[in-house]
Write a protein of this length. Sequence first.
Length: 130
Amino acid sequence: MKVGIFGGTFDPPHLGHLQLAEACVAHGLDLVLWVPNHQNPLKGETIASAEDRLEMVRLMIEDQPQMAVSDIEITREGPSFMVETLEELKIAQPDWDLWLILGADSLANFLDWHYPERIIRMAKLAVAVR
């Protein structure tokens, strides 16, 4: 199963996020798993709490059968590192073909992420121009 991992602050989630996720499904992903982060290590504080951002995503996608939301980074607390999330998902769902969904702006600073070389060994990148 091709699964897109759509991580972000989602403060707030908006129609642009939803349109990107819908485009990923239209281009062949079986599932888009939204992963709101607890604390983005490359950004400052959020306006909404992690729990509120998780609920906003839940409400946004509730009528989207090929989308789900995960609290994997929120329950971990502390800085959210995608490499840790992908490692956990690989253990929990070894049959998933992981795709990391990024905007071009995130790709521009991808080398600043925590262990980017490990990320690209675990997931293919799906990059969208905004």
